[in-house]
Design a protein around this ligand. Structure first.
Ligand code: BGC
Length: 744
């Protein structure tokens, strides 16, 4: 077992510090040290594995190196080696797919819990919930007999248009890493391997099958790799998925710089690399670069690059059998660690249980982001309310399935409308009106400038009867909630959106509703940013929710009604205009055969803050019904050495009469750096329950070495000596306190 420190509930160490502090008020400094047991990929079976490999024929070995059905390689029954079984994905265990086609297998017992999508989990800013999620979905994967869960998906949100933004976590590498580690540990403690995807720089769906991503080394190291590195080292992930695209001229599944030099040599990864489905293009290059298993889309499985062509390559002496054995050893190592081969002591798991629905609820409840709450419209004031108008197709839209690999077949998906019905006091009448309908132009593809994307084109004209019905419902009600946003057909794998506009005429509908009821509550349900500037200006109460899992509707209703105090914070920047976000301001999306990440390290809020561009809602933003007051920022010292840890404390008071959770964020600004730096970078955060009327001292910390930038010339991380400004805030822009430290 490896001990890994992470901010999770566990051992809390209180220490009295008498050293000089940045504030006189500080008498004692609270330090929180917590540990998470990380199951390491053990090499204890290696001798046994060598003796098994010695018994295998070449054909048996090669059968293990490629898909022999849609989601498994080939067993070697003679030697007691079962298939390595896999299942998507990030929102829960995907329904069973046919062995030789993408069609559902039609099972009756492949229902699973639908968990909140990645953006929702990240919006909780709660690593404990990431662990809960990982463990819960890990139990489900085990119960379905899956060795590998093709999750988590952790690519950085580079463009707000990204079709898979909902699956991914965030635009920030630090938040990404902090959430992914406990998630993976949770999955793997169930004898299920996490498969971390998509390694790497797979940040757009447009041209994903071939686009060559050109990103400078420093940006690669500082922005796109940290969460993968944490997955490999801190979480000991058992497997990685090689992405579809190219990086610096080589496909990721044949990129020895990424797979060999960085993943295996620098990070010491001992697990297996699985290709994304049909992401292998060359037998020898791909195998020798470090891909272990080629998975793919249906064609005769023996025609895969790692099937008959590989047998021939070995027979013709182009690839050595020792090379083959290396890959088999990695696969068997993972299988032994998962107890798949002998099955002795392997966990049993559980699926579709009330406990798991409860887990999905917990995550959803902390993910909802309160964007605007003028005049305290929320939580909903129910006194005298007899009728509520619920407007919008998204009130009833289900989002568990769709968008390709991340779909889940579930027995429970509580929609927002159902959630309200479940939670509203008895006797309140709900007038539901669809308002807009989800319609797409047939045979049309979305256009981004001159470029044709492959996504659907929404029809934005409202239908007069639907508007009339909706407005009538608003007129006859005491309170209105409009549900807008998108869905899993519009935000999907394999295409990016062509614009940030709300689809299906929603903006016009919301405007009409607000004309009648200016206090209508607007709820946006989506996976990625949308242009809601106009809606935000017009409305007084604005709430953001996600593709939020089996219990999403209940969690949302609890937030609207105030049973749950909202505590979600945005995991990415919501720009005012697409053109102002970095990939678009630099005209470097989507490229063509290649795309150069011109904004470099200035991804997300790093761009907005450094270039002084005001976003609509910034990274880390989210309101509460409670009112939190921040005290002074206190550090344990003023001067630090490179090997030190900086301990920070902050008193936060809840001035309201409602308990609430607050995520305090610590950013660092390296103002005197000799290299380009972002105006600020997130270096620590902590989320805590602060009871009504109480003050709590919150501990945060980071290592001085985390202040380093990547020095490309030296090929090393370098901490610059000098002063750094610590900025503590309720978001990346709502900075409430500062302190300066010096690194000597
Ligand atoms: C996706 C992966 C997914 C795989 C299998 C690919 O298209 O990119 O994320 O795991 O399909 O469904």
């Amino acid at each position: 077992m490896k001990q890994y420190s992470v901010l999770l509930a566990g051992v809390v160490v209180l220490m009295l510090i008498s050293a000089s502090c940045n504030s006189e008020k500080s008498k004692e400094l609270v330090k929180k040290e917590t540990t998470l047991q990380v199951p390491e990929l053990s090499i204890q079976f290696d001798n046994k594995i060598d003796s098994i490999i010695a018994l295998m024929t070449l054909e048996e070995k090669i059968g293990m190196l490629h898909g022999n059905s849609m989601f498994a390689n080939k067993a070697v029954e003679r030697l007691g080696i079962p298939e390595l079984t896999m299942a998507d994905g990030p929102l829960g265990v995907r329904e069973e797919i046919s062995r030789d086609s993408w069609a559902p297998a039609g099972w009756e017992n492949d229902f699973a819990t639908y968990y909140p999508a990645g953006g929702g989990l990240a919006a909780t800013w709660n690593p404990e919930l990431a662990h809960l999620f990982g463990n819960s979905v890990g139990e489900e994967a085990r119960a379905r007999g899956k060795d590998e869960l093709l999750s988590p998906a952790i690519n950085i949100i580079r463009t707000p248009l990204g079709g898979r933004t909902y699956e991914y976590f965030t635009e920030d590498p630090f938040l990404n890493a902090k959430m992914v580690v406990p998630f993976i540990v949770g999955v793997q403690q169930n004898d299920v391997a996490a498969c971390v995807k998509h390694y790497a720089v797979n940040n757009q769906e447009t041209n994903r099958d071939y686009v060559d991503v050109l990103v400078d080394e420093r940006t690669l190291r500082e922005i796109y790799l940290p969460a993968f590195k944490a997955a490999a080292i801190d979480a000991q992930a058992y497997s990685f998925m090689g992405a579809y695209n190219k990086f610096r001229g080589e496909y990721l599944c044949e990129n020895s710089y990424m797979l060999q030099d960085i993943l295996r040599e620098e990070w010491g990864f001992q697990g297996i690399v699985i290709s994304d489905w049909a992401a292998v293009h060359d037998t020898k290059k791909s195998l020798e670069a470090g891909t272990d298993i080629e998975m793919g889309t249906p064609k005769p499985f023996n025609e895969f690059f790692f099937a008959d062509p590989l047998v021939q390559a070995v027979e013709q002496g182009e690839i050595s059998e020792a090379e083959i054995d290396k890959h088999i050893k990695r696969i068997l190592r993972v299988m032994f660690n998962l107890k798949t081969i002998d099955g002795i002591g392997q966990k049993k798991g559980s699926i579709n249980t009330e406990a798991h629905f409860r887990d999905a609820y917990e995550i959803a409840a902390e993910s909802v982001v309160l964007l605007k709450n003028d005049s305290g419209l929320l939580p909903m004031k129910m006194e005298g309310v007899q009728r509520i108008a619920v407007i919008g197709n998204n009130a009833t839209k289900k989002n568990a399935l769709g968008g390709y690999g991340a779909g889940v077949k579930t027995k429970r998906e509580v929609t927002p409308l159902e959630g309200l019905k479940n939670r509203l006091p008895e006797g309140i009448e709900i007038l539901y009106a669809e308002g807009y309908s989800e319609r797409y132009a047939e045979n049309e593809k979305a256009k981004f400038g001159d470029i044709t994307l492959s996504g659907p084109v929404p029809i934005n004209e409202l239908e007069p009867e639907l508007i009339e019905e909706a407005l009538e419902a608003v007129r006859s009600s005491d309170l209105t909630i409009v549900f807008a946003g998108s869905n899993r057909d519009y935000e999907t794998e394999a295409s990016d959106r062509a614009s940030l506009d709300l689809p299906f005429g929603q903006e016009a509908l919301i405007e009409k509703v607000l004309e009648i009821d200016p206090n209508a509550i607007v709820v946006v349900i989506a996976g990625g940013p949308f242009d809601i500037q106009h809606v935000s200006e017009q409305s007084n109460a604005l709430v953001w929710s996600w593709f939020n899992g089996s219990e999403g509707g209940n969690a949302l209703a609890d937030v609207l009604l105030g049973t749950v105090n909202p505590s979600g914070k945005l995991p990415w920047t919501m720009p005012k205009k697409l053109k102002e976000s970095p990939a678009h301001a630099t005209n470097s999306f989507p490229g063509d055969d290649s795309v150069t990440y011109e904004e470099g390290i200035l991804v997300g809020y790093r761009w907005f803050d450094t270039k002084k561009v005001e976003p609509l809602y910034e990274f880390g933003y989210g309101l509460s019904y409670a009112d939190f007051q921040y005290g002074d920022l206190v550090t344990d010292q003023q001067e630090y050495a490179e090997t030190d840890t900086v301990y920070v404390n902050l008193d936060v008071s809840n001035l309201s009469n409602m308990d609430g959770k607050e995520t305090v964020q610590l950013y660092v600004s390296a103002e005197n750096s000799k290299v380009e730096r972002a105006a600020k970078e997130l270096k620590a955060f902590t989320k805590s329950l602060i009871p009504a009327g109480e003050t709590i001292r919150l501990p945060l910390s980071f290592k001085v070495k985390d202040l380093a930038y990547y020095n490309v010339d030296k090929k090393a991380w370098e901490v610059e000596k000098g002063t750094y400004k610590l900025l503590i805030g309720a978001s990346s822009r709502d900075i409430r306190g500062e302190a300066t430290i010096t690194v000597n």
